[in-house]
Design a protein around this ligand. Sequence first.
Ligand SMILES: Cc1cc2nc3c(=O)[nH]c(=O)nc-3n(C[C@H](O)[C@H](O)[C@H](O)COP(=O)(O)OP(=O)(O)OC[C@H]3O[C@@H](n4cnc5c(N)ncnc54)[C@H](O)[C@@H]3O)c2cc1C
Length: 243
Amino acid sequence: MNEKMLKVIGERNCYALANSKIKTFGFKNAKGLILNRCEGQIDTGKMMESLMILVRKNNITILTGITVTNIFDTGFAAIIETDIAEFSAKKVVVAINGFAKQLLNIKDVNPARAQVLITKPIKGLKIKGSFHYQQGYYYFRNINNRLLFGGARNLDIKGETSTDFKITAQIQKDLEKKLKHMILPNTPFEIDQRWAGIMGVGSEKKPIIKLVSKNIIAAVRMGGMGVAIGSIVGKEAAELANE
Ligand SMILES: Cc1cc2nc3c(=O)[nH]c(=O)nc-3n(C[C@H](O)[C@H](O)[C@H](O)COP(=O)(O)OP(=O)(O)OC[C@H]3O[C@@H](n4cnc5c(N)ncnc54)[C@H](O)[C@@H]3O)c2cc1C
């Protein structure tokens, strides 16, 4: 993997066993923990705020709280049926990721729920960086002086193949146990929030960006990388719409 990363971003040793950090950060039973030195720590709240500013500056209207029930192509335009009204557009980009099958005839995208928790601020938190564990099924990072921890969908792949924004006791308990015994064994903490998000995954770790009919473009299957690749996927989808 390090060789592949060297070719792509020109950095050596992006991934390394986090052994040296085990003592520094006080981890316990953390054999096989991997530190990704090249991974950025984006504040996704600020990212979305910047996107909204850009959208408003360009006089683009955003409609929220509406469910699209059907999209079809007349050959001259795309028709978007919703729970409040029907719209038509010259071109439509459908970017609903893990929900793709609900509106598009696309087979190779499935929902993959991922559950997360975040601690309350921890005084003197030493952990800094982004860490991956157990084939990437677990991920944690600091956000200032809080610890964000997510994963464990490997414990119930079938149950987590869902578009339902729900958290489950099995996964939340496992996250909490690992947080207590592995990541923060000597530090008292309190959980502030827990939530779930839906990813779009398939047989390939590549997004689908394609015309599904003359006027409808799919830009889905972000495979857990949508924050990193979302803007380039959007650009490529827009180029398809403008062809
Ligand atoms: C816990 C977790 C951690 C992650 N960590 C990372 C990370 O570290 N780095 C990274 O790059 N990516 C990460 N991702 C993945 C990233 O969040 C997603 O790939 C990205 O949000 C996808 O963006 P999107 O706009 O394509 O889809 P989404 O954010 O899923 O947006 C799709 C929207 O469409 C709406 N929708 C669906 N169907 C309809 C309908 N019929 N009518 C109206 N609206 C509809 C949904 O409600 C949703 O709001 C993570 C995801 C999760 C869940």
